[in-house]
Design a protein around this ligand. Structure first.
Ligand code: 9WN
Length: 464
């Protein structure tokens, strides 16, 4: 890209980190974090394959190496459970010992569940279903190219459509026995926003029982352990894991007895958007009409379910505790779920944009850049350096940017894109950033941060 073409607000000729270097730097991170056919989320903090990270990674790779993008998802789907569940972690047997906990042994999923894959070790949870969105990007970036490449992409879509369909069907059934349109999660890790205050209330009453001893390895990989979830939070995470193991990861048993069952609006909204992508994929592969009707039904049910969770006072959408029936009333980026799901009335869109622009989020005057903190600074639980309790996450910026484009909000989308890329040009591809100072935190070479930069750079013309 020529310097005179740089979008407004992007630093020009900053020593060693201007926007024209973002693309090669991002591609370099994805290359260095690459292992065989898939990519680690981070060099040492996350040494295995993570589900939604891989989807974002494939989305970014689609622009620079279509074959690796396809391989990334193929490797993940190779470990799909018989139920359709795509596991949240696929363990690399060659990862350094004692590098990540809980490890494959602690999950013990292949020994406990007949539904787990036999050829690999995985966790027993899942994460938000971004995958169909990535598969569609692989298709979009191949269209209009030479015939052989288009044919390869079409074959990839044909091979993966049934996997995506069974993944979405799993979420629409096993994870929504009530038919509410909303996905139930069994563990904060399933939300991808682990220690967000979204879960504080539902976790508070959880009594941790006789927990087998464990050592956290995550803390050795970060500059300041206090930015990671606390030990009290980890005890709860590990206790929930023990309870899931007791039920041998059986969905019906879990639904009967598990003490953490929450309708997650962010995952539910991502599922709606992913179902829209799946619908397009279904048309390309000429899927049966019954499938198309089911997918369309999931989309409308998802949007209706999200509408039920609308809190007019906050102007946001709220998660719901299945066990108490109560909404979890806290302002986090997950509250913008209806924007991600799309199909909004003008009025609802205006409400959401007002909150997004307000001091409670991106309009806070003390922010380093006008990018939404993961938790509103107005919340008592806000913490500017603690993981999902306040820091700005580039991957969350991507979700909002992409959703704003789809909502026809081009100039707001362009602002998020411009500020996100400027932040990365300024401070590198960190996992998350302190919202008031812009300090990079967590892993400093985070794959999905690099991936969303590649996607934002490539899709520039559509949002500016
Ligand atoms: C637990 C890999 C993952 C992301 C999650 C993020 C964090 C893991 C952890 O890292 O979670 O799954 O150990 O903290 O919260 O969104 O997928 O990048």
């Amino acid at each position: 890209m020529q310097e005179d073409q740089l979008p407004e607000g992007i630093p020009r000729r900053e020593t060693g980190s201007s926007l024209d270097r973002v693309n090669p730097m991002a591609a370099g991170i994805l290359k260095r974090n690459g292992i065989k056919s898939w990519t680690k989320p981070a060099p040492s903090l996350y040494p295995h394959q993570w589900s939604w990270d891989s989807a974002f990674i494939a989305l970014g790779l689609a622009h620079v190496d279509n074959r690796r993008a396809r391989d990334e998802l193929e490797s993940l789907f190779a470990s799909q459970w018989a139920t359709g569940k795509v596991p949240h972690i696929v363990f690399d047997p060659e990862a350094p010992p004692r590098s990540y906990f809980p490890d494959a042994e602690r999950w013990n999923s292949s020994a406990l569940s007949r539904d787990a894959p036999s050829g690999s070790h995985t966790s027993g949870l899942c994460q938000p279903p971004v995958h169909a969105i990535a598969v569609r990007r692989i298709w979009e970036t191949s269209r209009g190219k030479e015939a052989e490449r288009v044919e390869r992409a079409r074959r990839f879509l044909r091979a993966n459509y049934p996997r995506l369909f069974s993944w979405h069907r799993y979420l629409a059934t096993a994870r929504d026995p009530e038919g509410s349109g909303l996905v139930t999660i069994y563990h904060p890790w399933e939300s991808g926003t682990d220690n967000s205050p979204r879960w504080d209330d539902a976790l508070e009453s959880l009594e941790v029982g006789d927990l087998p001893p464990y050592t956290r390895y995550d803390l050795q990989h970060v500059a300041d352990p206090s930015h990671r979830p606390s030990n009290e939070e980890y005890d709860r995470y590990l206790w929930l894991l023990e309870l899931l193991k007791r039920e041998r990861y059986d969905e019906a048993e879990i639904y009967d007895s598990h003490p953490f069952l929450v309708k997650d609006v962010l995952s539910s909204a991502i599922l709606v958007a992913a179902n829209e992508a799946l619908l397009e994929i279904a048309r390309v592969v000429e899927a049966p009409e019954e499938d198309v009707a089911l997918i369309e039904g999931w989309i409308s049910r998802g949007r209706a379910g999200l509408a039920e969770q609308w809190d007019p006072g906050l102007g946001l959408c709220l998660d719901r505790n299945v066990l108490t029936g109560k909404p979890l009333r806290v302002r986090t980026i997950a509250g913008f779920a209806p924007l991600i799901a799309g199909g909004l009335t003008e009025e609802r869109l205006a409400d959401l944009l007002e909150v997004l622009d307000s001091p409670a989020f991106a309009g806070n005057p003390d922010l380093h850049r006008p990018l939404p903190p993961s938790t509103s600074p107005d919340e008592p639980a806000f913490h500017p350096r603690s993981y999902w309790r306040g820091p700005v996450w580039p991957v969350a910026n991507w979700l909002l940017w992409w959703s704003l484009i789809r909502a026809g909000e081009a100039s707001r989308a362009a602002q998020i894109r411009r500020e996100t890329l400027a932040q990365l040009a300024e401070s590198g591809f960190a996992e998350y950033f302190e919202p008031f100072t812009g300090e990079p935190l967590g892993s400093l070479e985070q794959s999905w941060t690099a991936a969303i930069a590649l996607d934002m750079l490539a899709v520039e013309s559509k949002s500016n």
